[in-house]
Write a protein that binds this ligand. Sequence first.
Ligand code: UDP
Length: 192
Amino acid sequence: FKTVSILDVPFINTTNAAFVTQLQTDILAHQNRFVVTANPEILMYAREHPDYQQVLTQADYITPDGIGVIQGAQILGTPLPERITGYDTLLSLLTWGAQHQQRIFLLGAKPAVLKQVVEKVKDTYPGLVIAGALDGYFQDADAVVNQIAAAKPDMIFVATGFPKQEFFIAKYRHRVAGLWMGVGGSFDVLAG
Ligand code: UDP
């Protein structure tokens, strides 16, 4: 995709539909991909935290998640077509994944929330394979990554909130091929 830079962060200049289509292609080709859905809060944080800015440079796709980013692009004279949120992208991928027997790994949220998410996903997307699910309050990240690798997922959704989830993905993504996406509080929404 072409990109539009705001505060040195390159946002993909595309629509939800075209983005999800690209992700499907990447997933079917077993590519290693890292998606960040960035809102203004993330942009501000990155400005003040070079280590987080460095993580953003490693993302394959950064999407404009928040009306503030869309407005910023407009003001700079380089408009972006629409918001692309983590939650919407998650739902699109779950829907598509269910039609293609895709394997997902769910990492994050409190144990009770995660349990509800797993039940909800089983009910709503019966074609999906839940290859694994772990809550977001683990101590041993290395053991978690080993579990993810053993589960052989096509998509790994990390819902431990920003900036934690992006640091985690940047550090460990190369140990497991597939799509890695930080989805913030999405599990709480999905559970509720
Ligand atoms: N969370 C987690 N592990 C942590 C901290 C948070 O799994 O160590 C989860 C939390 O339970 C919630 C999600 O991360 O489900 C998002 O948290 P928050 O609302 O703080 O993040 P944001 O939505 O702002 O990214």
